[in-house]
Design a protein around this ligand. Structure first.
Ligand SMILES: [Cu+2]
Length: 146
């Protein structure tokens, strides 16, 4: 599990490094590759997701993806707490994902300008977790489960 996670992070890093090669001379050559493999080109998604069923008794946690970080950057959560994430991606140009393997939070993909609403149950044990965007692994935050 941990090896797979590390592999995913390394793969994401590799993709990011490849995609972010900002050398102007190279950009036209890499642009066609990126366009061909881009998953966003034909993807349809709900720009502003409705509140999912079963969210009535959930605590709402609002998170904003900016081009640099996730706000707020630290959130305290009770063990076993039922959470409704409202995640806004204010980074109009980029998609981000949000996941934590240690906190059993599956990947939530948030397209540029999109708002998603997803339910999640916090781990039953106290601990510190660092959910992140594997597309930009330096974009992460902290959950303090108490
Ligand atoms: Cu990202």
């Amino acid at each position: 599990m941990r090896n797979w996670f590390l592999f995913s992070v390394l793969l994401a890093l590799l993709i990011t490094i490849t995609a972010c090669g900002s050398d102007k001379e190279k950009s036209s050559a890499t642009a066609s590759t990126a366009a061909a493999s881009s998953p966003t080109a034909a993807v349809e998604y709900t720009k502003d997701e409705p509140i999912p069923a079963g969210a009535e008794d959930a605590r709402v946690i609002e998170l904003d993806f900016t081009p640099e970080t996730i706000l707020p950057n630290t959130v305290n959560i009770k063990a076993g707490e039922k959470i409704l994430f409202v995640i806004k991606n204010t980074d109009e140009d980029g998609e981000h994902n949000f996941l934590s393997s240690t906190a059993d939070l599956p990947e939530i993909l948030v397209y540029g300008g999109q708002t998603v609403r997803r339910l999640w149950t916090a781990p039953g044990e106290p601990g510190v977790h660092e959910p992140l965007c594997t597309l930009h692994p330096w974009i992460k935050m902290t959950f303090i489960v108490e």
